[in-house]
Design a protein around this ligand. Sequence first.
Ligand code: NIG
Ligand code: FE
Length: 404
Amino acid sequence: MWDSIWINVLLPDGRDNPGAIGVQDGKIAWVGPQASLTAAPETLAKTIYNGANRWVTPGLVDCHTHLVYGGNRAREFEMRLQGVSYEDIAKAGGGILSTMSATRAATEDELFASSYRRLQNLMAEGVTGIEIKSGYGLDMETERKMLVVATKLAQATGIRIQRTFLGAHALPPEYKNRSDDYITHICEDMLPALHEAGLVDAVDVFCERIGFTLAQAERVFQKAQQLGLPVKIHAEQLSNQHGSALAARSRALSADHLEYLDEDGVKAMAASGTIAVLLPGAYYFLRETRLPPIDLLRKHSVPIAIATDHNPGTSPVHSLLLMMNMACTIFHLTPQESLAGVTCHAAAALGWNDSGKLEQGARADFALWDIGELAELSYSIGHNACYAVVRNGLYVAIPQSRSD
Ligand code: NIG
Ligand code: FE
């Protein structure tokens, strides 16, 4: 007998007929049209939930965030509004380094409290899985502190969290003018120790003029792969450094940002199965004008994921639903593409092949919505239609007032 069954839910491919989902041991045991159930629901499961004809989707996955950090960068936002560029602020020692100082100064408890609040905002919108990067410590102690906080967030909330080590995010002041030495420190000391401590699920590099070179990114990737860790990259955000082609050669899970990606890079990603993670929040907040090559990604069938890129500098975004809207309005995705971008393709960008889909054997992570059609998820702005979430098979009501 299953632990529970959801009846009268509308499944994305169910053509408006009532569907049902059976849940057993935190996994989907059965999913399909209710009319195809082999027996009455009460004989199949211990608990019956009635979805009352609500739409159900896989739990949303936010596959690119920098959720754990100290301080904020509102002052830099004001400077950028006056015309100072993101790159110039970074070169003057602000940007990532200013968040590094605030993160080093924060206690583990303080970091946990602030990131827990941010995570609650995402979870209220049906997010059941999230990636959290380190990268605001840039020394062993603080990178460890960030990854420990990410681990504790998973324990405290029960949501699925991928912890990505992003030591190669910016050059810390201790290594000024010695970026190769810092990469050696990452490869020889930081990454092996944090991996040994069981704190790292994947490895990322910021490959950019104000980040690290292609050769440096490759050194970090080689070390990660020696340790058996999957890799991903921040690439072609502000310029074309050909980081996506390196990602493809390295069989990376994803290449993220991609405004300056060219067709050769797209073809390389297509050949290696690397997911394109697009981040409309950062594009919007930096007031970028060059769009990622959406049509080329479609032409070569590169799967497109969408994420918040939540971070204090370029994307202080607390809503994945808003990113679905921006993916459509700014990046010209269809609502279907945008939903796939925060479910199955987002899960693939994390190497999670049992998340982001409603299939027998997948994790029982799904969300129920008070909407008339699925496109409303991308259409509404500033409205959260999430009615309830099932996380690891367990029902969680979303406590909030809703208006229609
Ligand atoms: O994804 N591009 C690098 N990393 C972040 C920004 C980090 C920051 O400015 O604090 C991003 O946009
Ligand atoms: Fe990022």
